[in-house]
Design a protein. Structure first.
Length: 648
C-alpha cells in the first residue's frame, strides 16, 4: 500500500497490475462457480434461479427490451435490481445472454436486454445466473493509460503524492446546515485542487455535498457528481432535485430508482422535440430490415472470397461465379444494397442522438452517474470544473480515477473508519487502501470531519465515537434521547427489550458456532432462534417489521436467519453499510472453546455494525469468546457501565 509514486508510469503500472488481478478474480469467481456447481447447488446458495418461464414485458427507454421471468415457487436469491445476469436455456457459459435486472418481485424478475436481443420464449424454461460486467475494469485500465500518458484535467502531481493543496475558505452560508457542515462546505469550495470531507455515520455528508454543489452551480461551475453504487448516486440526485438544481442522471434505466426516471438521460432524449425525427428513422430502419431479410446474407459460404463490390458488379452483369448461381449473386447484392441504406440511416440516427444528448448535457447544471459510467462514450470529451465523489471510501482508487480526470478540482466524501471496498484477490489487497484514505494521510490539512450525527441515541453513539473518532461525535438534540418506547405503546415483557439503548445478550458458551461442509463461513442455529424470538416480540409489541434490521458478520448465518425469519431486513455487515434502522439486532455468531473470533477482529466491520441502530442496539454473542479481543472487551465494559448485559 504505497503513499507516493515517482512518475505517472510508476503509478499506472502499480494499479494496472492490481486491477488485472482483481478483474481475473471476479470473472473467474462466477465462471468457476458455474462450472463447478450444478444449477441446483448454485440456486441453493442464491446465485442462480432455475426453471423460470418468460414473457415479453414491454420496452424501456433507450430501446431496451423487457422480459419477465417468473416462477410460482421462486427460491431465495441474491439477484437484485441493477445486477448483470446470464439468461440461458441449457449452458450459461455457452448460450447465455447478458441482461440487467430491472424489477424484482416475490415470484419474478424483469430483465432488460439490448434492443437487438432475440429471445425465443415459447414453452421454454430459463435459467438465470448472477454474472459480472467487465466494462468497469476496462474503463479503469483505459483511465490509467491516459494518466500514464499525462492526459488528465486533475493535477497528476497530486495523485503521485508530490503536489501541494491550497486550503482556504470560500464563500458559503446556509440556514439548514450545522456549524461543522457549513465549515466543511466553505473549505471544500475555497480549497484547490482537492478537499476531503470525513463523514462518520449519520453526520449528513451527502446533504452537505448537495448544498456544496448547489453553491458551485450558482457560481457558474459545471459539476460532475459520482459514487461507486447506483443507490448512492440516486441519493445525490434526490437531494439535488429538492434543492432545485437541474440534474441529468446518466445510467442504464433498469438501474435507476423509478421515481427518478424523468431526470434520466434516456427519458430526456425521448421527450426532446427532435425525437420525432428519431422515431421516423427507426421506423425506416425496421422497414428496410424486414425487406432485407428476404435476401441472401453474404456469409463466407456464399461469398466464396468475393468482396461487396465484386458481388454488386457480377449481379449487374447477371453472372454467376465460383460455383455461386447468378440468382444467389443477385440476392446477395440486394442484401448489400439494403445494408448500405441501413448504414446511412444508422449514421444519421447516431448524429441526431449525439446532437440531442449534447444539447441536454449543455443545459444541465449537475451531471450524475456512477464512477464507471463516467468513462462511457457519452462523457468522453466532456470536461468539468469540479467532480464530487460520494462514498469515496467504498470505491477503489482506479474506480475514482474514472471521473476524477475529467475535472480540474475534486471534492470527495467518505469515512475511512468504516468498511473499504471488497477485494476478492488477496494479491490485490492493496486496492482496499482507497484514494480517499491515501489523500487524508498525504494532505491532512485538506480534510475536515463532520461531528454532529442525526441517527443514534447518544448512548449508542458513545462507544464508536470514543474508539473510532477520538470522542469527537456529538448527538443532535433531535436524536440524543430517542428510545424504543417512542415507537411502541407498551414495551414487550422481555429482559432485553426495555428502553436501555444498548443491550448485550451473553450466550455464556451455551450456543456453539457451526460450519457447513465445504464452507469457510460460520453460523449459529441457537443464536438464530434467539434472534427470531426477539424480532417476534418486537413485532407483537407493534413495531413495524420494516423498522427492524438484523446484522451478522457471516454469510452462512445470514442465509440461516433468512430461512427462518421473514419480512425483516437481514444482511451481513457489508450489506448494511450506509443503512439504518430504528432497532438493530446484531448476531455475532462466534462461540468456541478456543475463544477465536476470526475476522470479527476487523474493527471497521464492528464500527459499521454498531452504528446502524437509531433507538436500540441488541448484540448477541458469547462474552467469553469475544473478550479474547481487547476492543470487544472494551465494548462489553462500556455496555456493562452504560447499557445492560443480560444472560441468555
Amino acid at each position: 500500500m504505497r503513499l507516493t509514486f515517482k512518475t505517472p508510469r510508476d503509478y499506472a503500472t502499480y494499479f494496472k497490475r492490481l486491477v488485472e488481478l482483481e478483474r481475473d478474480a471476479e470473472k473467474q469467481f462466477h465462471i468457476n462457480e458455474i462450472k463447478r456447481l450444478s444449477g441446483n447447488k448454485r440456486e441453493k446458495i442464491g446465485r442462480a434461479i432455475l426453471r423460470t418461464r418468460a414473457h415479453r414485458a414491454g420496452q424501456l427507454v433507450g430501446g431496451f427490451k423487457l422480459y419477465r421471468f417468473w416462477r410460482a415457487d421462486m427460491p431465495d436469491h441474491q439477484i437484485n435490481v441493477g445486477d448483470v445476469v446470464l439468461v440461458s436455456v441449457k449452458n450459461p457459459l455457452r448460450d447465455g445472454v447478458e441482461g440487467t435486472v430491472y424489477e424484482k418481485g416475490q415470484s419474478y424478475l424483469t430483465v432488460a436486454f439490448p434492443e437487438d436481443t432475440q429471445l425465443k420464449i415459447s414453452k421454454r424454461l430459463f435459467r438465470i445466473d448472477l454474472y459480472i460486467n467487465d466494462i468497469t475494469f476496462r474503463r479503469m485500465l483505459e483511465t490509467l493509460t491516459l494518466i500514464e500518458n499525462g492526459v488528465s484535467n486533475f493535477p497528476i502531481e497530486i495523485l503521485l503524492g508530490k503536489g501541494e493543496v491550497q486550503v482556504k475558505e470560500g464563500d458559503f452560508d446556509d440556514e439548514v446546515l450545522n456549524e461543522f457542515q457549513i465549515e466543511a462546505a466553505r473549505l471544500a469550495i475555497g480549497s484547490f485542487p482537492v478537499f476531503l470531507i470525513h463523514g462518520p455515520p449519520g453526520t449528513g455528508k451527502t446533504t452537505t455535498l448537495v448544498k456544496i454543489m448547489k453553491a458551485l452551480v450558482l457560481k457558474g461551475e459545471k459539476v460532475l457528481a459520482t459514487a461507486d453504487s447506483n443507490n448512492a448516486v440516486d441519493n445525490i440526485v434526490e437531494g439535488l432535485i429538492k434543492e432545485g438544481v437541474q440534474v441529468t442522471r446518466i445510467g442504464h434505466p433498469a438501474r435507476l430508482k423509478r421515481e427518478l426516471i424523468e431526470v434520466s438521460l434516456d427519458y430526456k432524449v425521448e421527450k426532446h422535440p427532435d425525437y420525432g425525427r428519431l422515431s421516423e428513422i427507426n421506423a425506416k430502419i425496421d422497414e428496410i430490415k424486414a425487406h432485407q431479410s428476404k435476401f441472401k446474407k453474404p456469409v463466407p459460404a456464399f461469398r466464396r472470397g468475393l468482396n461487396d463490390e465484386e458481388i454488386l458488379k457480377f449481379a449487374k452483369q447477371g453472372r454467376g461465379v465460383r460455383g455461386v448461381s447468378a440468382r444467389t449473386i443477385k440476392s446477395m447484392a440486394r442484401w448489400i444494397e439494403k445494408q448500405r441504406e441501413l448504414n446511412e440511416l444508422y449514421e444519421k440516427r447516431d448524429s441526431l442522438v449525439s446532437g440531442i444528448i449534447r444539447e441536454i448535457l449543455d443545459e444541465t447544471e449537475v451531471i450524475c452517474t456512477t464512477n464507471s459510467t463516467a468513462g462511457s462514450d457519452i462523457l468522453l470529451d466532456r470536461r468539468f470544473d469540479v467532480v464530487v465523489i460520494d462514498e469515496a471510501t467504498q470505491a477503489t482508487e482506479p474506480s475514482c480515477l474514472i471521473p476524477l480526470i475529467k475535472a480540474r478540482k475534486a471534492i470527495m466524501a467518505g469515512d475511512h473508519k468504516q468498511l473499504p471496498p471488497t477485494i476478492l484477490n488477496p494479491d490485490a489487497g492493496a486496492l482496499s487502501f482507497t484514494l480517499f484514505e491515501r489523500l487524508v494521510r498525504l494532505f491532512p490539512k485538506a480534510t475536515y470531519m463532520l461531528r454532529i450525527q442525526y441517527r443514534m441515541n447518544e448512548t449508542i453513539m458513545k462507544f464508536p465515537s470514543e474508539k473510532f473518532y477520538n470522542g469527537a461525535l456529538i448527538a443532535a438534540e433531535s436524536v440524543k434521547n430517542i428510545k424504543l418506547s417512542d415507537l411502541v405503546k407498551t414495551l414487550p415483557r422481555y429482559p432485553a427489550l426495555d428502553n436501555t439503548p444498548v443491550v448485550f445478550i451473553d450466550t455464556g458458551g451455551k450456543f456453539l458456532e457451526k460450519t457447513r461442509p465445504g464452507s469457510f463461513s460460520k453460523y449459529n442455529p441457537e443464536e438464530a432462534r434467539l434472534v427470531k424470538e426477539i424480532v417476534d416480540k418486537l413485532v407483537e409489541a407493534g413495531l413495524p417489521a420494516e423498522k427492524i434490521g438484523v446484522i451478522t458478520p457471516y454469510k452462512d448465518h445470514e442465509d440461516y436467519l433468512k430461512s427462518r425469519i421473514k419480512d425483516v431486513e437481514i444482511h451481513t455487515v457489508d450489506g448494511f453499510q450506509g443503512r439504518e434502522k430504528e432497532v438493530i439486532v446484531l448476531s455475532l455468531v462466534r462461540s468456541n472453546p478456543q475463544e477465536e473470533i476470526g475476522f470479527l477482529s476487523d474493527l471497521r466491520r464492528l464500527n459499521v455494525a454498531i452504528t446502524r441502530a437509531k433507538r436500540k442496539l441488541i448484540i448477541i454473542g458469547d462474552q467469553s469468546t469475544l473478550s479474547s479481543h481487547p476492543v470487544y472487551r472494551n465494548l462489553l465494559e462500556f455496555i456493562k457501565k452504560s447499557g445492560k448485559i443480560v444472560k441468555v
